[in-house]
Ligand binder design. Structure first.
Ligand SMILES: [Zn+2]
Length: 242
């Protein structure tokens, strides 16, 4: 695992210089995923992580690991969550910095779900700079709102076994019935058009400004997320390896 990007880089350097000089920073592929809820960035993040053998890091996973492990930051996060409050950015960034210091992140990582706001992005840039690092790519999976509402509205879920389907892209064998347990499928509250619209408006207010922020840093990559998911992935890979 971990090999293909590393080999690709080595090969490229070999061709260029006919000599191998290890430059640790250059081997890294540190990626931030951007995109509206429902744009498919989580799926693409997992595919990128798989191809390059780098970890897919979601804030949810970091929170769970720290709380389960009983770390100091995890306990602080939990105390806010137990009171129904948002976890402060410095706590989240502290957990994130711990996570990216682990051995499996030495060739890079894919961040999914963080940063979500400009202050978070600024704090992350600052924290990485203190380590002599910076992000390499911010990949924006671009899908118009209407397409997202249509996509989400087609989702169906089995509340009994947790299986998910899509009426157009991944239909069950029998309409409205779960393949696994034959329970009736439902449109979840989260996938209803009015709920999706609310999440999209939060995204436009808080997270979309990150596109300009990372454009300003010269690391923005925009891909057309309305294409078929393997095509979207190929488009991302083409830019990462350009
Ligand atoms: Zn089921």
């Amino acid at each position: 695992m971990g090999g293909s990007f590393f080999c690709y880089k080595l090969e490229k350097r070999h061709w260029n210089h006919n000599i191998f000089i290890l430059n640790e920073e250059e081997e890294k592929m540190k990626i931030i995923m951007l995109g509206a809820p429902g744009a498919g960035k989580g799926t693409q993040a997992k595919k990128i992580a798989g191809k390059y053998g780098i970890p897919h890091i979601s804030t949810g996973d970091i929170f769970r690991a720290n709380i389960k492990g009983g770390t100091e930051l995890g306990m602080r996060a939990k105390s806010y969550m137990d009171q129904g409050q948002l976890v402060p950015d410095d706590v989240t960034i502290g957990m994130l910095l711990d996570r990216i210091s682990e051995a499996d992140c030495q060739n890079g990582y894919v961040l999914d779900g963080f940063p979500r706001t400009i202050p978070q992005a600024e704090s992350l840039t600052e924290a990485l700079a203190k380590r002599g690092e910076k992000m390499d790519f911010a990949v924006d999976v671009d899908v118009p709102d209407e397409a997202i509402v249509t996509r989400m509205g087609g989702r169906r879920a089995c509340l009994k076994c947790g299986a998910t389907y899509h009426v157009a892209f991944n239909p069950p064998k029998t309409e409205g019935v779960c393949d696994n347990c034959q329970d009736n499928l439902v449109l979840r509250e989260d996938d209803k058009p009015e709920t999706v619209q609310k999440r999209l408006s939060v995204y436009h207010d808080q997270t979309q400004p990150l596109i300009e922020y990372y454009k300003g840093q010269g690391i923005l990559v925009t891909v057309d997320g309305t294409k078929e998911l393997n095509q979207v992935f190929q488009d991302i890979v083409a830019v990462l390896e350009a």
